[in-house]
Design a protein around this ligand. Structure first.
Ligand SMILES: Cc1ncc(COP(=O)(O)O)c(C=O)c1O
Length: 375
């Protein structure tokens, strides 16, 4: 038998999302729930012809267009096959077997996944009980331990919480020889970015994606930004044709309709606020979010609630497998109609929802109306 590398031999199989999600109300993976700008689909249809399909991708023009949009120079960015590919690139370039990744917990699991593939070690620091990042602990650990890279999602998934800029600055300064990756997948919803800091901190990498607010998750399109000294080795080790022509073309068209994406993000923020007000009214705890999802504590029946919602064609993410997030579900925020439907369905399941003081969630129900919308 031919044996793989040791890191692969001991790797747990990655569990991809359940299949058969099409046609359901997908509130489980924080995608755009209404669709990308329709002009992108029209342009894609027009572009599809045999000649273009036979050609290997060309990147220079698209890279320049996207660089201008993100206000960076072309040599400060790389195109990637989604953020996931950018994370793999970082591991391919910087992580030797035994090197350490420092991550908060809970967070997006793909940082650990590619670090494991590379044979790296993992150090985790838990978010505190208020879901704040313990930045002091990060700084102390970075000063004490030899850490190869740090991965911080900002806003974080699954908490939706924002890391204050002062904390990011302290972490970047504490470890000038450590790569600090700040994943801004949900930046369109939070409005906060440290992208311009790539000029100030040579150890900073920022990633962005077209999978969330832009609604292009199927195409796999992301960008990585850093100082040219970091970009150079990343580029040397990059899969030369990782990004396909159609993905790049669509991203370049999507940014022309940026105003539609901003509007979508604004709508999501408004719906998120309404959903959170509604949770408060019903005494259901949640983590205040800067992203397009809300981590919500529904109590010990969380898995059953998720299954019952699934049976009604509403997909949500059950985080209760994490020992620190028992009882938590994460709900992606969608359109007003989708959010309203979610609230109606939760209302139907109200007997399964537990509140912190043991009262029934709907005990003080006064403002609930039949559409499920809190007014
Ligand atoms: C924090 C974070 N980063 C990155 C991704 C994935 O991005 P992409 O689709 O660009 O690989 C996700 C997806 O859920 C995420 O939550």
């Amino acid at each position: 038998m031919i044996r793989p590398r040791q890191a692969i031999e001991t790797l747990k199989k990655y569990r991809p999302p359940q299949e058969g999600r099409g046609g359901k109300m997908r509130l489980d993976f924080n995608e755009n729930t209404v669709g990308c700008p329709p002009q992108v689909i029209r342009a894609l249809r027009r572009a599809l012809d045999p000649e273009m399909m036979t050609r290997y991708p060309e990147y220079d023009e698209g890279r320049q267009t996207l660089a201008a949009y993100f206000r960076v120079k072309p040599d400060e960015m790389l195109l990637a096959n989604g953020t996931d590919d950018a994370l793999k690139m970082v591991c391919d370039t910087f992580v030797d077997p035994g090197d350490t990744l420092l991550v908060p917990a809970p967070t997006f699991p793909v940082y650990e996944f590619f670090n494991n593939v590379a044979g790296g070690r993992i150090l985790r620091i838990r978010y505190d009980e208020h879901f704040c990042l313990p930045a002091d602990e990060f700084v102390a650990t970075l000063k004490k331990e030899k850490v190869r890279w740090v991965a911080l999602a900002n806003p974080n998934n699954p908490t939706g919480t924002q890391i204050p800029k002062a904390a990011l600055k302290a972490i970047l300064l504490a470890a000038p020889d450590t790569v600090v990756l700040v994943d801004e997948a949900y930046q369109d919803f939070s409005g906060q970015t440290i992208l311009p800091w790539i000029r100030k901190y040579p150890n900073l990498i920022v990633t962005r994606t077209f999978s969330k607010a832009f609604g292009l998750a199927a195409l796999r399109m992301g960008c990585l930004f850093a100082n040219p000294q970091l970009i150079d080795p990343l580029q040397r080790g990059q899969n030369p044709f990782a990004v396909n022509s159609l993905a790049l073309m669509c991203a370049c068209i999507a940014i022309r309709y940026d105003a539609q994406v901003r509007k979508y993000a604004e709508t999501i923020r408004a719906n998120r606020a309404s959903f959170c007000r509604w949770l408060e009214t019903h005494n259901i705890p949640y983590v205040p979010s800067s992203a397009n999802f809300v981590l919500t504590r529904v109590g010990e029946h969380a898995p059953e609630i998720a299954l019952k919602l699934r049976a009604r064609k509403i997909l949500v993410r059950d985080w209760s497998y994490d020992p620190h997030l028992k009882g938590y579900l994460r709900f992606t925020i969608g359109s007003r109609a989708q959010t309203s439907r979610l609230m109606s369905e939760l209302h139907r399941l109200r007997k399964l929802i537990q509140t912190p003081d043991g009262t029934r969630a709907w005990k003080n129900m006064v403002s609930y109306n039949s559409t499920g919308w809190f007014s």
